[in-house]
Design a protein around this ligand. Structure first.
Ligand code: ASP
Length: 415
């Protein structure tokens, strides 16, 4: 997509968000009926995810040419994920201790404990078992991305070792990848209308279901705390982008389409195709894009990690359970793990919050306090999740020449 188109599209998508919110607010019934447009857009995005991941990860890995290089890129990538997630949780703990949003909350009223209990099994899912899924087709059909990505990495690595006989297969995946990116660009042109539909539909539903304003004010300090934490982390990631990846505002502008889509869909997985295309357009090396962003869309969730720390502390404060440094350390570790384990789908973070609450012995019913506004905060944390992945790709891009010493091949690839 050329620069001019990208710029116009960005404005149209931003207008889609604003118009969707206005319609949802003033004419909720109409907004809900228009929500179907958003659903169509979301389905179209989801339709692209599995073939895109297969093609992108395999062609990204095989372009590295050597499994040892994969190990080093993997090392940098995973270190980036862990360090930034740790920073996010830390910021979450600082803001929640500062604002004390749960102090003075009335915990009366019926909580939806059932919903929480129903999700308990899912929350306990062992990440290792997710990697080795016994049925790849089933995993793909349920849009479980981790097993699919893991298999694609292994297959890509194997293809680099079989020499001549693997070449045509690699060529096939390269071609498939190009075609998939083309589909993403086509779909991106429909994003303004799609995101308009998503935002209008969701806000309209919230208006019809209950008093949105009353719900927001009931846990207003929680909302303020989470949004401040996310805002601070956004800036920290921007500094990482400037100092580590040596990029700046233009990169953020290029990524805005993806960030707004993340806001509209509340799903980093559904946003994945756009995140990759925006990073590619911003000049990030394809190998970094194809490796870091798909993996990040399911493993690297800075916004979710920050949210989990805030939410757990909020519940502790609301129930009057004092949590000292030791308990907060447990929250630090479990919130990081819970974010890694959360899927890139709407409100997944609320489900894995159970892990954190269990670890420090907080009542699961506390989640009931957060339900009413979670869909709203989810959109902001998803945008931060996507921003974290995009910054990660830029960081790995920066270190790529040190890992792959092939200047000519790199130039060819970047073009
Ligand atoms: N909706 C988030 C995402 O897709 C996950 C979450 O925090 O609920 O990235």
């Amino acid at each position: 997509m050329n620069h001019q188109h990208a710029k116009i599209l960005l404005w149209l998508i931003a207008s889609g968000v604003v118009l969707g919110a206005l319609l949802g607010w003033y004419a909720p019934e109409t907004a809900v009926s228009l929500g179907v447009i958003g659903k169509l857009f979301l389905n179209a995005l989801k339709m692209l995810i599995i073939p895109l991941i297969f093609a992108a990860v395999i062609s990204g890995i095989t372009a590295l040419g050597d499994i040892r290089k994969l190990g080093r890129i993997g090392g940098i990538t995973v270190s980036y994920y862990l360090i930034t997630t740790g920073i996010a949780v830390f910021i979450g703990l600082i803001v929640v201790n500062f604002f004390q949003p749960g102090a003075g909350i009335d915990i009366g009223g019926g909580f939806l404990a059932e919903r929480v209990e129903a999700n308990q099994d899912k929350a306990a899912t062992d990440i290792l078992f997710e990697l080795f899924h016994p049925n790849l087709v089933q995993a793909a059909s349920e849009t479980k991305l981790l097993p699919v990505i893991f298999f694609a990495i292994l297959l890509g690595a194997a293809l680099t070792t079989v020499g001549h006989s693997g070449e045509s297969t690699i060529g096939f995946f390269n071609g498939l990848n190009d075609a998939m990116m083309k589909l993403v660009i086509w779909l991106m042109y429909t994003a303004p209308v799609g995101i308009f539909g998503l935002v209008a539909g969701r806000l309209g539903t919230a208006r019809i279901e209950g008093d949105f304003v009353a719900e927001i004010t009931a846990v207003g300090m929680h909302v303020v705390t989470v949004l401040s934490g996310l805002g601070i982390h956004f800036i920290i990631l921007f500094l990482v982008l400037v100092f580590l990846a040596r990029r700046g505002l233009p990169y953020l502008v290029s990524l805005m389409r993806a960030l707004l889509t993340a806001f509209g869909t509340a799903s980093s997985s559904a946003t994945l195709p756009l995140t990759m295309e925006c990073a590619r357009e911003a000049g990030v090396d394809q190998r970094a894009v194809r490796f870091v962003i798909p993996l990040g869309s399911t493993l690297n969730m800075n916004g979710t990690a920050l949210y989990e720390a805030c939410a757990a502390m909020f519940i502790a404060q609301a129930y009057g359970v004092p949590l000292g440094v030791e308990a907060q350390l447990i929250i630090f570790v479990t919130a990081t793990l819970a974010a890694v384990g959360a899927a890139g789908i709407p409100e997944a973070g609320l489900v894995t919050l159970v892990i954190v609450l269990n670890a420090v012995g907080l009542p699961l019913e506390g989640i009931g306090l957060l339900l009413a506004v979670d869909w709203f905060l989810d959109r902001f944390r998803t945008s931060i999740n996507v921003w974290g992945d995009a910054v990660g790709a830029a960081v790995v891009h920066r270190f790529l020449p040190e890992i792959v010493e092939e200047p000519d091949a790199m130039r060819e690839f970047a073009s």
